[in-house]
Design a protein around this ligand. Structure first.
Ligand code: HEC
Length: 178
């Protein structure tokens, strides 16, 4: 008799009232769902590695597989567009030609430029590209393209009274081939 009573006790478990039963049923649904929701949040917040994530964009792949030490090409034309004569003048040539430093022919000084302009554009360009006395080759900015130097020469010379035509891009191709 007492054995049967023990067996009944063992089957009773912790749930003793209907309220506890309801709570247990609700909890047995809610807790797994909460865990799943938390797992989804955890997975979607973490660094995504699979297809469809940022990790598989071309940039990300290129960044991962790039060799050690990137090579940066110093292209003289910067944005890929040759600078205008005015831009080159302001960036480089004005260093001397604005004030006439080192006896450079001053910008806009027709008297100083006149005899030089008379030698012709090609002679001036030759001086600007290769240097002349205190005038350094390409004004010291060796990254300038031939076209950019030519434009700067035209910009300065024309301001001092010359009527040189704008240099054309083929000079650029020629300098790129050097
Ligand atoms: C470091 C100073 C300096 C800078 C920078 C400079 N020049 Fe000059 N430039 C001179 C001097 C000095 C002369 C006069 C050279 C001479 O005739 O003895 C000169 C002369 C020239 C002449 C006349 C050459 C001739 O045959 O008479 C041209 C054209 C010229 N520069 C173009 C340029 C251009 C284009 C730039 C910019 C890309 C530039 N220079 C930047 C100092 C400079």
């Amino acid at each position: 008799m007492s054995q049967a009573h023990d067996a009944q006790q063992a089957h009773e478990g912790p749930i003793k009232t209907p309220k506890q039963l309801v709570l247990t049923v609700v909890a047995s649904f809610a807790i797994p769902i909460l865990i799943i929701v938390l797992l989804i949040v955890y997975v979607s917040n973490g660094a995504k590695k699979g297809a469809g994530s940022d990790a598989m964009t071309e940039e990300a792949i290129a960044a991962r597989i790039q060799p050690v030490g990137a090579l940066t090409l110093n292209v003289s034309t910067g944005s890929g567009v040759a600078r205008t004569g005015e831009e080159v003048y302001k960036a480089v040539c004005s260093g001397c030609h604005a004030a006439g430093t080192l006896n450079a022919p001053k910008f806009g000084d027709a008297g100083a430029w006149g005899p030089r302009i008379a030698t012709g554009f090609d002679a001036l360009l030759h001086s600007a590209l290769n240097g002349k006395n205190a005038m350094p080759a390409k004004g010291g900015a060796s990254d300038l393209s031939e076209l950019e130097v030519a434009r700067a020469v035209v910009y300065m010379a024309n301001d001092a009274g010359a009527k040189f035509p704008e240099p054309k891009a083929p000079a650029e191709a020629a300098s790129a081939a050097q």
